[in-house]
Design a protein around this ligand. Structure first.
Ligand code: ADE
Ligand code: ZN
Length: 336
């Protein structure tokens, strides 16, 4: 099973590039930029990764991102993640980045996106990994600030496929960003959002009805509302589920109680993702492996999850088809 998962062609649809920042690389970049961090060793950083809720995690996550200054820092961060994709047979990845975490510290939008995009290009060339970018607005900040970010992004529009919404969910409902999502859609960006991670099912209703999102990041709390489940299925919207993130942030108390199988049985389209792998104890394949063990998932169910990852990606139909064919070939060979 482990080998089946490791070699399975897959796509990752829910990944924050700032959440891939391994302590080793954080130390290296902090040193070369001469930035002080409040930890004296890699072990000390790792032992700080104990969270009771989303906000606990976000405080440390934003702290770590402060060492990213130069274009090369963003390049190294991104390339290092893409190398891990190659090692796990992630064939395509949709990378979220939080420009405001950096522009608020005086780093230019151009520095951030150029570093990330050059790494994506290099990984396409050297590692044969496909990727695209999702620009996420920070929901704890104002809509006005999100508008400024939208404006900053326009010269780089050709590098960005979608917009997302992340950070502290409770108290920051999707409706707060109605106007900036409308404007983002007008610019050609596909709307996505985190919803129903800590927030209740009302937040998911708002995300689909008011923001018009095409995919839900997390969405666990959709299970609170039967009508919502029916609506999500009717609109054919997928949920990007993140098992190890859910247990790390105590959204789910134990992987054995993870609702993924229940979601699948209800007819919801779900995918497996790592969210912030450097902080939550595992890359995408570990998310698959741990959840497979906890829920006793079959190879067929694992295959379905991977199929969803290509099917509900933001790729064009032809490229989706190419990856789905690769997956079919792999799966049929396994069943010989
Ligand atoms: N930013 C990075 N990871 C996040 C998560 N799981 N939820 C909300 N915002 C995030
Ligand atoms: Zn996330």
């Amino acid at each position: 099973m482990q080998r089946f998962i490791n070699n399975l062609p897959k796509a990752e649809l829910h990944l924050h590039i700032e959440g891939t920042f391994d302590p080793e690389l954080m130390f290296e970049i902090a040193k070369r930029n001469q930035i002080k961090i409040p930890f004296s060793s890699v072990e000390e950083i790792r032992s700080a990764y104990e969270f009771n809720c989303l906000q606990d995690f976000l405080n440390i996550y934003y702290q770590g991102a402060k060492v990213l200054i130069q274009e090369k820092d963003f390049y190294d961060l991104t390339y290092s993640y893409l190398e891990k994709c190659a090692a796990q047979n992630v064939r395509h990845t949709e990378i979220m980045f939080d420009p405001q975490t950096h522009t608020d510290r005086g780093i230019s939008f151009k520095t951030v996106i150029t570093g990330i995009s050059k790494a994506m290009e290099a990984a396409k060339e050297n590692l044969n990994i496909s990727s695209l970018l999702i620009m996420s607005y920070l929901r704890h900040l104002s809509e006005e600030k999100a508008f400024k970010t939208l404006q900053d992004s326009l010269p780089f529009k050709n590098l960005i496929t979608a917009v997302g919404l992340d950070s502290s969910e409770k108290g920051n409902p999707p409706s707060k960003f109605k106007k900036v999502f409308e404007a983002s859609i007008k610019e050609g960006y596909i709307p996505l959002a985190h919803a129903g991670e800590e927030g209740n099912s009302d937040y998911i209703w708002e995300a689909i009805d008011i923001l018009g999102i095409k995919r839900i990041d997390h969405g666990n709390n959709a299970l609170q509302d039967k009508n919502l489940i029916a609506e999500i299925i009717k609109r054919d919207i997928a949920l990007t589920v993140c098992p190890l993130s859910n247990t790390a942030l105590q959204v789910v108390n134990d992987l054995k109680n993870h609702p993924l199988k229940k979601m699948m049985n209800l007819g919801l389209k779900v995918t497996i993702n790592s969210d912030d792998p450097a902080f939550f104890g595992g890359q995408i394949n570990k998310n698959f492996i741990e959840l497979q063990k906890a829920l006793d998932l079959t190879k067929k169910e694992i295959y379905e999850l991977s199929k969803n990852s290509f099917q509900y990606s933001l790729l064009d139909t032809e490229t989706k088809f190419k990856f789905l064919l690769e997956l079919e070939t792999y799966y049929s060979e396994q069943n010989l």
